[in-house]
Design a protein around this ligand. Structure first.
Ligand SMILES: [Zn+2]
Length: 466
């Protein structure tokens, strides 16, 4: 395939070579549904949505799996704090995440499996790892024996000795005793008052890492193409996924793709626990969803970025130039036969093929917009029609086409319509004052014909759309 991606494991940009030609399986570590989504979550979704859409544009059939971690320590803790059941909190937040993804037109995944729906697969995988001698039960828990795993540290490029020396490397246990500080829990024995499921090792629940190893294999097979997630997941989460899966004898992911994080200013990662996050709902009160999508997607997926009022304003200005061009060019070229375009699809495609180079791809879009504006000014309509078509095809890949993907900007039009209706209402009131009933009725009829209904209320005249 012509698409090349940066692979964290080999630390090189290399061609994506699918296990099955014509089909690409992608597994994304989705959210832990503990609290409302913030713009960092959305940046992750938009970055990987570009991968999803580009694969589809290239004619691949894609199985896109994004899991939902719907039970974990943080959810249990926060739900207890809110005095609501853990499952109610995770259900509520799963919906909030879906709404946020929908708001910026992130394609729905092929499947979004939940941990709580995959206990049999998780337990079977743990049993397999134990049988192969790489995990052991202890006091109701099960631990992976890290020193028995081949090449542990290969993904995050760390040696076992360096890990042993650093306390960040020691994932905490639960109730049992670990044989080695480096070992991590595959299964956590139940604690008082916590949700639990029956297992061969007693009641408990899965450790965080094992869910992804189990669900990826369930939907994509023992070997699949791309495993993706945020840079903050490389260690320990993804390193542990590699260890579990290799210990189970699964080749697992061929390519590991990691995106950068959103900083809240001062280089600090945006996160709920740091209390510096901007929720998607808040961002959408000041920024149009298409502009949020543009702004979050404009930086290269591997770079870290900030989200601020200034970044939003720059995105509004840049996307506004695209919208204005598409609107003006569409009006000018209605019914015109296209000629030779002054925008290059090949350059755009080459940019995306090169490790999803969205900044370069957007530069090609903007250069097409500038060329199109010049054609519009010169009245060269056939070339303009062709340029518009190419620019819209590029925008469509990025889910930024103002016509197809973001039709009808009702948010912007509401104040305009308000002003116009107020004008008509005033004219009608003046007609009534001078007892010109025919004119007053005519104004009302014209408004009715336009689909606007006037209601005379005690607080004055109100309008609504029929
Ligand atoms: Zn995961």
């Amino acid at each position: 395939m012509s698409l090349r991606l940066y692979d964290t494991r080999t630390r090189t940009v290399r061609p994506l070579e699918p296990v099955r030609s014509g089909h690409v399986g992608v597994y994304v570590c989705g959210p832990t549904v503990q609290a409302a989504p913030h713009v960092g979550h959305l940046r992750s979704a938009v970055a990987l949505d570009v991968l999803h859409r580009w694969l589809l544009t290239r004619g691949e059939s894609v199985t896109f799996v994004r899991n939902v971690t719907d039970v974990d320590d943080k959810i249990i803790h926060d739900a207890a704090h809110n005095d609501e059941p853990w499952w109610a909190l995770s259900n509520r937040m799963t919906r909030a995440f879906d709404d946020a993804y929908d708001a910026v037109q992130v394609l729905r995944p092929t499947i979004d499996p939940r941990v709580t729906g995959h206990l049999p697969q998780i337990i079977a995988l743990i049993e397999r790892i134990i049988e192969r001698g790489h995990a052991y039960a202890s006091g109701g828990d099960v631990y992976l024996a890290v020193r028995s795993a081949p090449d542990y540290g290969v993904l995050s490029n760390q040696s076992l000795d360096a890990l042993q020396a650093s306390d960040k490397a020691v994932p905490h246990g639960h109730t049992g005793e670990k044989r080695d500080l480096l070992d991590f829990a595959l299964w956590k024995g139940a604690k008082e008052g916590e949700p639990s499921w029956p297992s061969p090792w007693g009641p408990g629940r899965p450790g965080w890492h094992i869910e992804c190893s189990a669900m990826a294999v369930e939907y994509l097979g023992e070997e699949f193409d791309v495993h993706a997630g945020g840079l903050d997941l490389v260690f320990p989460h993804h390193e542990n996924e590699v260890a579990q899966s290799t210990c189970a004898g699964h080749p697992f992911a061929r390519l590991w793709l990691h995106h950068g994080l959103v900083n809240a200013g001062g280089g600090e990662k945006m996160s709920k626990s740091l209390g510096n996050s901007i929720t998607v709902a808040d961002a959408l009160t000041t920024t149009r969803p298409q502009v949020l999508r543009y702004g979050l997607g404009a930086a290269h997926y591997r770079s870290s970025m900030e989200w601020s009022a200034q970044v939003a304003a720059e995105a509004e200005a840049a996307y506004g130039r695209i919208e204005t061009f598409v609107r003006n060019a569409s009006e000018a070229t209605a019914g015109v036969e296209p000629g030779e375009p002054k925008a290059s699809w090949d350059e755009f495609a080459a940019a995306l093929d090169d490790d999803l180079g969205v900044p370069q791809a957007l530069a090609v879009v903007h250069s097409g917009v500038r060329a199109g504006n010049a054609l519009l000014a010169a009245g060269e309509l056939p070339a303009l029609a062709a340029t518009l078509a190419v620019v819209r095809r590029m925008l469509s890949v990025l889910a930024l086409d103002p016509v197809e993907q973001w039709p009808g900007s009702t948010r912007e039009l509401t104040p305009v319509v308000d002003g116009l209706v107020a004008l008509a209402v005033e004219a009608r009131a003046q007609a009534r004052t001078r007892k010109d009933w025919a004119q007053a009725d005519a104004i009302r009829d014209r408004l009715t014909a336009a689909g606007i209904v006037l209601e005379d209320t005690a607080d004055g005249v109100r309008w609504r759309i029929q």
